[in-house]
Design a binder for this molecule. Structure first.
Ligand code: ADE
Length: 315
């Protein structure tokens, strides 16, 4: 399984989580350094637990990956990729979840992550039904900023979806779950062969095309458009009774906007949710990241887009 303790990240063991690496020799972090609390989420090979650091009382989310399940389900690569991506990205951008330490025992791998106290964007939208334009653009602006930065580091997330957009105590976005990521060794994120990874309703058409099956940063851009659609409509653009039906809809761009869908958001979705990956807003060489950042969704004054919305916390 490799050695996930061999990370250069600051250890949480010396009584100062998140602090710079101390010059004192530090012992390895271990499960007994934490009091484990409630379960925050779980998947086939991992569970995320809230945990408090025994020495400091600081709260973290600890992702625990079962070695037996990883081997049985042939997902060891996912764990390695997630750790490598987080080592590369961690602590360098506020929009990416930070990994404070990684360690292992006989049964499991442990990733000590920022605790996102407000859960994820999917739960937030489900709780409220849908989001106002002001809120949707608050989250979209941060998602765009974070994903463009991830791309600039030579990494494609490949599983962008509202469930992987976590929200911290100030409702700021933290992109998470880099287990499906593609990491280029030379920074080149141009299209290349890959197999389907990701979630049905957010997968891009090029990843469904048997003859092309390419990975590029443009697949994340498609998913960002689908994520804004979900925030405003309250349901995924390509929702269907099963994955197969979602795929058929994606391949034919078979989606529509419900009545009342904000025009600025509609225009943004229509520029990102485009069949040809090279025609999406922000994708070079036909467009550029600064064009994506400069979309009117972000530049129009708040009052002129939604005068009726009260100021306050963006929920
Ligand atoms: N679920 C998955 N990862 C999480 C995190 N870092 N914080 C809170 N909940 C999570």
């Amino acid at each position: 399984l490799g050695d996930p303790t061999a990370t250069t990240l600051p250890a949480v063991a010396n009584g100062s989580p998140g602090s710079k690496v101390s010059s004192k020799p530090s012992r390895m972090v271990q499960p007994s350094d934490f009091y484990f609390g409630k379960e925050l989420g779980s998947g086939s090979w991992s569970t995320v637990m809230e945990a408090s650091h025994v020495n400091t009382g600081k709260l973290y989310a600890v992702k625990i990956l079962s070695k037996a399940q990883l081997i049985k389900l042939k997902k060891v690569k996912y764990a390695t990729i997630e750790k490598d991506a987080l080592v590369k990205l961690s602590g360098k951008h506020p929009g990416v979840v930070r990994m404070h330490a990684a360690f292992q025992d006989e049964t499991s791998l442990y990733f000590v992550l920022d605790l996102a106290t407000h859960g994820d964007l999917a739960d937030l939208v489900k709780k409220h039904g849908s989001l106002s334009l002001r809120c949707a653009r608050w989250y979209t602006a941060q998602i765009v900023d974070a994903i463009l930065w991830v791309h600039s580091k030579g990494i494609v997330h490949r599983d962008m979806k509202p469930e992987n957009v976590l929200l911290d105590d100030e409702l700021r976005v933290k992109l998470a779950d880099f287990g499906s990521a593609y990491m280029s060794t030379d920074g080149d994120l141009s299209p290349r062969a890959s197999s389907f990874v990701g979630s049905a309703a957010y997968v891009s058409p090029e990843l469904l095309d048997r003859s092309s099956k390419t990975t590029s940063s443009s697949s994340d851009i498609w998913a960002v458009g689908c994520t804004l659609y979900f925030m405003v409509a309250g349901t995924p653009a390509f929702a269907a009774i099963n994955d197969y039906q979602s795929f058929r809809k994606i391949e034919t761009l078979d989606y529509s906007f419900p009545d009342g869908f904000y025009d600025l958001a509609k225009n943004f979705v229509q520029k990102l949710v485009v069949l040809d990956p090279s025609d999406r807003l922000g994708v070079e060489p036909k467009s550029s990241p600064s064009q994506l950042r400069g979309h009117p969704l972000f530049t129009e004054p708040v009052d002129s887009v939604s005068p009726e919305e009260p100021a306050g916390m963006p929920i």
